[in-house]
Ligand binder design. Structure first.
Ligand SMILES: NC(=O)C1=CN([C@@H]2O[C@H](COP(=O)(O)OP(=O)(O)OC[C@H]3O[C@@H](n4cnc5c(N)ncnc54)[C@H](OP(=O)(O)O)[C@@H]3O)[C@@H](O)[C@H]2O)C=CC1
Ligand SMILES: O=C(CO)COP(=O)(O)O
Length: 330
């Protein structure tokens, strides 16, 4: 006997939302609708089944439904929010009234809300108190996912049974989710690795060497662990897909916008040189530094990225500061 089909809506027709909608459709277990806010884009997607701007040349599955109407999420049991982190609150307010009773909302963004300093799951819980809120995060570029290359990520909900149901519904032959109950660890891995990827980009753009990159990855992971544990998450999660896995991917692959942004900084190019591309780490750095200060934990790499982006520290001084901190144990 086959399991009941889930109805899934993915809101946010950018690179990640479109890739997720495509791969979940291809898994064949659910009826999937991709909901975008730009009617012209949605009409092009219906006509061409290719997202030229976000995923050029990748054919989207025939069974994937597109809609520009918020009404389209009404029947969905699972709703993925795939817009940037700073748009999650707005999206909750806009789409919230259309959610079905009992619908689970999954944030797919990697960031921290800059206005409130809240974790995205806390923010969504506040905006949508009648819905279970989950988070999907981990190593995977939208293009790789949409092309059907093997990818694994984590999905976390407060109730592990909910996370397991989501992992079953969303996983397929090329996209594999691991269930977790550590929403804090999973989402902070995604938010903080972007800041560390910028640091690695600076090292690359400045030509400081691969040894420095390895040091940043490993000391960055220590920062991430301190922050996650101080916020109530688990160190074990940091060592998993959403922490170490995503940090290694983003800190080493030129597909990463955060790494490319850091490279541009390291080369002394203008910080707007990515022409409006989303760089979540540039938004998360200062809020992470602020929160870390409040928590009384040390985040020297994150602080250095914050100061470099803010124009209060130049790169040679940042390196000097990081290298001359008091000698300590690992
Ligand atoms: N790209 C990737 O490889 C991955 C991305 N992510 C994460 O996913 C999130 C989105 O990234 P990505 O898809 O790459 O970004 P894109 O810039 O490609 O797309 C963002 C999309 O969100 C839409 N959007 C913005 N604000 C709202 C809103 N208020 N309501 C509804 N839709 C909105 C945008 O619409 P419009 O064009 O109309 O502005 C756009 O379609 C980020 O947090 C990112 O870190 C996670 C894993 C992989
Ligand atoms: O999070 C990502 C891959 O896991 C995408 O990284 P960028 O946002 O740096 O492109």
């Amino acid at each position: 006997m086959s399991a009941t089909r889930e109805r899934i809506a993915v809101v946010g027709a950018g690179a990640f939302g479109t890739a997720l909608a495509a791969v979940i459709t291809l898994a064949g277990k659910s009826d999937v609708t991709l909901v975008g806010r730009d009617p012209a884009l949605i009409s092009d997607l219906k006509a061409d089944r290719v997202h030229d701007a976000a995923l050029p040349g990748i054919a989207l599955p025939d069974a994937l439904v597109f809609s520009a109407e918020p009404e389209a999420i009404r029947n969905a049991e699972i709703v993925l929010f795939a817009m940037p982190s700073q748009a999650q609150a707005d999206a909750a307010r806009h789409y919230g009234p259309y959610l079905a009773e009992g619908a689970i909302v999954v944030t797919c963004a990697k960031g921290i809300d800059r206005v409130s300093g809240s974790l995205l799951t806390d923010l969504l819980e506040q905006e949508l108190p009648d819905h279970a809120i989950a988070v999907l995060s981990g190593p995977g570029f939208a293009t790789d996912i949409a092309k059907g290359l093997p990818t694994a990520m984590a999905i976390a909900a407060a109730d592990i049974a909910v996370a397991e149901r989501l992992a079953q519904a969303i996983s397929g032959r090329t996209f594999r989710l691991y269930a977790s109950s550590d929403r804090i660890g999973v989402q902070l891995g995604g938010a903080l690795k972007n800041v560390l990827a910028i640091a690695c980009g600076i090292v690359e753009g400045r030509g400081i060497g691969d040894s420095a990159r390895a040091a940043l990855i490993s000391r960055g992971l220590a920062e991430m662990s301190r922050f996650v544990c101080a916020k109530g998450g688990q160190a074990e999660t940091v060592r998993g897909l959403s922490g170490l896995g995503d940090l290694v991917l983003t800190a080493t692959s030129h597909q990463s916008r955060n790494l490319r942004f850091g490279i541009a900084l390291g080369r002394g190019e203008a910080v707007d040189s990515l022409h409006g591309t989303l760089v979540e780490g540039a938004l998360a750095a200062s809020v992470a530094s602020r929160l870390a200060e409040g928590l009384g934990i040390s985040m020297p790499i994150t602080d250095a990225v914050t100061a470099i982006i803010g124009g209060t520290l130049d790169i040679p001084d940042a390196i000097e500061q990081l290298m001359t901190r008091p000698i300590t144990t690992e």
